[in-house]
Design a protein around this ligand. Structure first.
Ligand SMILES: [Zn+2]
Length: 135
């Protein structure tokens, strides 16, 4: 003894029938005109997200990566052209250790954060720390 309304299938007209227009793809508006059904766009077929999920059809295809939300990424690269150019020079300098590169790049980012830009004085100061043995 199964009540069709309790079972969840009683109110459906069919698995693919649009529940807004009843399957004919059109609705009558209050002016007496016939308009295309906004839910199924005239196809008469049920839209996928109409109150419940058919897991066999909505499988992850519309899931976009959401891990950017709420995550504050630490800045790892200068935001000004001069700073970025300098950081590139540091990155490409094979005589520097990774730790030194990281420290200098962080110095640039911090300097930018404080001063809003990299001054020529600051650029020269950083460049002095590049290739200390090479003239
Ligand atoms: Zn419809």
């Amino acid at each position: 003894m199964i009540d069709p309304l309790q079972s969840g299938s009683g109110e459906r007209q069919g698995p693919e029938t649009c529940r807004i227009c009843g399957g004919d793809g059109r609705i009558d508006n209050s002016f007496g005109n016939v308009a295309k059904c906004p839910s199924c766009h005239g196809s008469g077929k049920r839209a996928q997200d109409l109150g419940f999920h058919d897991v066999t059809k909505t499988k992850a295809s519309h899931h976009l990566p959401t891990n950017r939300n709420g995550v504050v990424e630490k800045q790892t690269w200068p935001s000004t052209p001069v700073g970025a150019q300098l950081a590139t020079q540091i990155r490409d300098d094979s005589s520097l250790s990774d730790a030194t590169k990281e420290r200098l790049t962080r110095d640039i980012i911090e300097y930018e954060g404080t001063h809003g830009q990299c001054t020529q004085t600051f650029v020269k100061k950083v460049r002095k720390q590049l290739r200390p043995a090479v003239r």
